[in-house]
Design a protein around this ligand. Sequence first.
Ligand code: PFF
Length: 448
Amino acid sequence: MENTNREKFGSKIGVVAAAAGSAVGLGNIYRFPIVAGNNGGGAFLLIYLLILLLLGVSLIVAEFIIGRRAAKNAVGSFKKLAPKTAWPAVGFAGVVTAFTIITFYSTVSGWTLDYICRSVFDNIRGDNLETMNANFNALINSSWRPYLCQALFIIMTAVIIILGVQKGIEKGSKIMMPILLVILLILLVRSLTLNGAGEGLAFFLKPDFSKINVDVIISALGQVFFSLSIGMGTMITYGSYISKKDNLVSSAVSICICDTMVAFIAGMIIFPAAMAFGITPTAGPGLVFNTLPMLFGQMHGGYFFCLIFFVLLAIASITSLISLFEVVVAYLVEEHSFRRRNATLLTLIVSIVFGIFVTMSLNEHSTLKICGETLFDCLDMITANYLMIISGMLVVLFVGWKMKKADTIDELSSGGTIRSLFNDLVYFVIKYVAPIAIIIIFVKKILD
Ligand code: PFF
């Protein structure tokens, strides 16, 4: 089957907006502060930025190269570029990882829906930490709210998917992302001007080198992968929608900049405010879901900002969930001849069923635990810290060592039209630096 009538993103800004929409999400505003808080704050930030600088752009470009070259889904791309080999298994692992992420990502997305409803009635803002904790615990222990919100969220995502790539993803992302950034900047000013903000700022910005160990490095690596949506086929699938003329490297640079800016600002908002309110940096989900309502409680126009913030957070998570769905749906459509609508419905039903178990595992009476950790935390850790990293490494090995060099260079230079030293650097990182760095980190972990 040839791909001549496959959908393409309409413009360069469309690609960047949609891929940035995938990258920017709960991973930046919810997960990043939690992982940073649990891994020493400043020390984590330093390692995170180093890994991002060294590998971020190249990892995105490697996935774009595969997707655009083959113009297929994550599995089909490997099948087309390396027929009759085991490589398509890497794409398939990506599809499984994407599905797994949907099941726990939608839990937190559902919480944003609950917070939106409660923001409308203005009953989440406040200044008492115990009330905030009680509110959050009431949500995760409720017998219906988190499940209903999760299911609704998945259904909303599926509806957008059925509307199609161009209409749904591109238009929405172009408008919403800049608004989210503006709200974050307003929150930043309020957080930094709180009494006692300095301690949190120091926690986030001053690295304590004694905190750096191999687990911190793996968590940072996992967070880079999670945040940039790499290592599970998203950027391969989106790459397949990029037009032949677009510059892959500059698109990847823009995505990295947007993504890092949002995560960094989120950290700069959360830690100063949390510490000013007496919330510890290791508070997990409460770090975000308790700190922000307290921050809104201290703002002029807090009602308004609170509502818009949670609406935008929900939208940021929809654009990320869409990209996760897109990996599974494109696979079912192209490899198993599903109609797009049926593939979406199937993904929707199965992810709601599995997602409910994941959400249930957070209930205080739940027995859904593995080695003492909730199913939610286990899936989060296994996907980000292992599956995505391993499959990201296989992707760079594929592009650097298996694909024909001429093909890779052709993609990097968009058919010879873009020549820059930067392309050579990216190729070098894909071929040597990224695989070696990832192998060293894992070997260190095994030997530790
Ligand atoms: N990058 C998204 C975030 O930071 O919220 C999460 C995500 C989306 C991870 C898509 C992986 C993915 F393929």
